[in-house]
Design a protein around this ligand. Structure first.
Ligand SMILES: NC(=O)C1=CN([C@@H]2O[C@H](COP(=O)(O)OP(=O)(O)OC[C@H]3O[C@@H](n4cnc5c(N)ncnc54)[C@H](O)[C@@H]3O)[C@@H](O)[C@H]2O)C=CC1
Ligand SMILES: O=C([O-])CC(=O)C(=O)O
Length: 266
């Protein structure tokens, strides 16, 4: 039985708990949220993980695995210390690695702790193909993220435009994956994931689009290299609890957790 600390208990965290209820090999022992989120997290825990304690930090004893679904700040606050203590971590907020030096800090912490940090594919696919293609050499990787206007609320997309009355598809950002992940920490984790698997945060070109004609979160990756080329389009259903986040992110986290205890992994 693997004892898990879940960091974050919002749209992803709650849906992960719902799915894990039936898993005999995985037990959520702690749910880590800031003080302001403790009451809500306790209500979720009572319903879905009654044996879990709600805490402000990952307990230093009795945790075999940390899964983060909280936001960029949680990497420094909770993932780095857990890794240093030797606890393996699964990370959804991959865009946090756009901060200068953080990838190196994560590597050093995991090395010091004799453990590993896994960045999940989250809302995007073909990360295996892209990472394999990198071995042979990549010439171009381009990522386009298209979401309905309301999914861009509370982001720089609101600067100089009214999202509610947007009449046509509008490019709200063009630049590097690093800049996209920094400026859109809740919307462009996928841009960082694609870049880290492929050409890197600075050489991967990103376009983000607010599109009143779509209801899904549409992610497109185009890649070319020695392997040949591919184009991938994902039309992801958003979570009702958070339109910025695709349901596939939840399934990706649960898959990563189940893979830790499964006798055969794909
Ligand atoms: N890799 C991917 O494809 C995706 C990654 N994400 C990442 O997952 C994160 C969570 O997404 P949602 O659940 O939809 O967000 P949400 O806003 O619904 O939930 C966030 C939860 O984390 C908690 N939290 C916030 N800061 C924290 C901290 N420093 N330490 C511990 N807990 C903290 C909040 O109290 C809340 O419970 C996003 O912010 C994003 O970074 C989201 C979508 C896709
Ligand atoms: O869930 C999604 O569709 C993608 C997302 O928010 C992100 O990359 O941060």
């Amino acid at each position: 039985m693997l004892s898990i600390a879940l960091v974050g208990c919002g749209a992803i965290g709650t849906a992960v708990l719902e799915l894990l209820q039936a898993d005999a090999g995985l037990s959520v022992a702690a749910i880590v949220v800031p003080a302001a989120g403790a009451v809500d997290a306790q209500a979720v825990a009572s319903r879905l993980a009654p044996r879990a304690q709600v805490a402000g930090a990952v307990p230093t004893e009795g945790i075999d695995l940390v899964v983060e679904a909280a936001g960029h700040a949680a990497i420094e606050a909770h993932v780095l210390p857990a890794l240093k203590r030797g606890v393996p971590c699964i990370v959804a907020s991959v865009g946090a690695l756009s901060a200068e030096g953080l990838p190196e800090q994560l590597e050093a912490a995991a090395r010091d702790g004799g453990t590993q940090v896994q960045l999940i594919a989250g809302a995007i696919g073909a990360i295996d193909a892209l990472a394999a293609a990198r071995v042979g050499g990549l010439a171009l990787v381009r990522y386009t993220g298209r979401k309905p206007p309301h999914a861009w609320k509370g982001t720089p997309a609101e600067e100089g435009r009214q999202l509610d009355t947007l009449a046509e598809a509008t490019v709200i950002f063009e630049g590097s994956a690093r800049e996209a992940a920094r400026r859109f920490p809740k919307n462009a984790n996928v841009a960082a994931t694609v870049s880290l698997a492929g050409l890197g945060l600075d050489a991967t070109t990103v376009r983000l689009i607010a599109d009143p004609a779509v209801a899904e979160n549409v992610h497109t990756v185009e890649a070319e290299g020695a392997f040949g080329s591919f184009e991938l389009t994902m039309r992801n259903q958003p979570l009702a609890a958070n339109p910025k986040t695709s349901a596939l992110t939840v399934y990706s986290a649960v898959r990563a957790l189940r893979s830790r205890v499964a006798p055969l992994v794909i």
